[in-house]
Design a protein around this ligand. Sequence first.
Ligand SMILES: C[S@@+](CC[C@H](N)C(=O)[O-])C[C@H]1O[C@@H](n2cnc3c(N)ncnc32)[C@H](O)[C@@H]1O
Ligand code: SF4
Length: 392
Amino acid sequence: MLSTPPLSLYVHLPWCVRKCPYCDFNSHEQRGVLQFEAYIDALIADLDQDLPLVWGRTVQTVFFGGGTPSLFPPAAIDRFLQLASARLRFAPGAEITLETNPGTVEHGPFAGYRAAGVNRLSFGVQTFDDACLQRLGRIHSSGDAERAVQAARDAGFENFNLDLMYALPGQDMTMALHDVERAIALQPTHISHYQLTLEPNTVFAAKPPAGIPDEDLGWDMQEACQEQLAAAGYAQYEVSAYARPGRQCAHNLNYWQFGDYLGIGAGAHGKLTLGASQEVLRRWKVKHPTDYLLKSGTAAAIGGDDVLDTARLPFDFMLNALRLNAGVPMAMFEARTGLSRHAINGRLSVALARGWIEDDAEWLRPTELGRRFTNDVVCLFLEPEPPCTGGA
Ligand SMILES: C[S@@+](CC[C@H](N)C(=O)[O-])C[C@H]1O[C@@H](n2cnc3c(N)ncnc32)[C@H](O)[C@@H]1O
Ligand code: SF4
């Protein structure tokens, strides 16, 4: 029997000052003046269309992602939150995060975001090495990042994340550790530490930059940085996420625990449990902002609806849950997929025999080895036969 999980709201704001050569997000270089008002209208029309899927439910977290949400002025974010909260109940103290590029906030709109209701920021710092920032095509310097964080703190934001990337072109171990040290010095509550990946259809994939650390060095960097973060009080709780006690990102945690989320905005993805039909729906919106602006609120703005086949639920659940160091209770698997644990007994036995999960009937928890081979572990849960049987 499916039970209704917590509900989040993801809002996609798809423009950036400049497209970074490594980025495959649905982000588009800003050309001319952005149509903030028209885009907020489109978001609300989009939300109105999805509302019948979540009647009566309370939103626990909101995340403005991008793209570069900090291109939007506080007044536009304020208008959106006012209109959205007139349509949906927000939980008291709901976590409301806004992604920020340090190169877009030199005039300090942070007080305005805070007044609008945003209570958590996420800064795309990437690295504090100015030569590396240039190689990554970033529009800001390390000094800009430090000044942006200080401005946010002055405006009352003490809950913020810094995004760092490692295994960067020309980066060695000392440089990777130095980045982590400078991030810690800014005292964020949360650090996301991503290994640079060469995503298909990006400039870097077509022409990889020289000096990208090999896989072994990338792994060593991850381990050394993880230790440095732990020593400073940032515990790893997901493959790329580290937090001070009690400061895990509630929004992302809901994704990883196979919670529900509305996805509004160009190309946004949502996942919703439909109580009446006992089904899980994935819905996404048309990707290109111009197309989205034209079609939002109509059936044509829905890029697709996919009601998940029961056989696919274990894979989708594990894809998220096994990223978490602590794993999840077995009862959560049952509640959020509507399946009995017996449905995955065979797969669990294989994972256990390979040393990928802990031997615990009540918890699904990856071992250190399992976390190193997450893809292989997750593949075990594909139906009907896992195509990949590699790993340790
Ligand atoms: C939507 S962006 C964050 C906000 C803003 N757009 C920015 O870049 O400053 C999300 C984060 O994903 C990470 N990211 C993007 N592309 C990546 C890649 N190819 N490999 C690893 N991390 C990546 C970066 O750390 C980036 O800050
Ligand atoms: S600023 Fe962020 S979203 Fe935009 S292109 Fe760069 S990494 Fe991607």
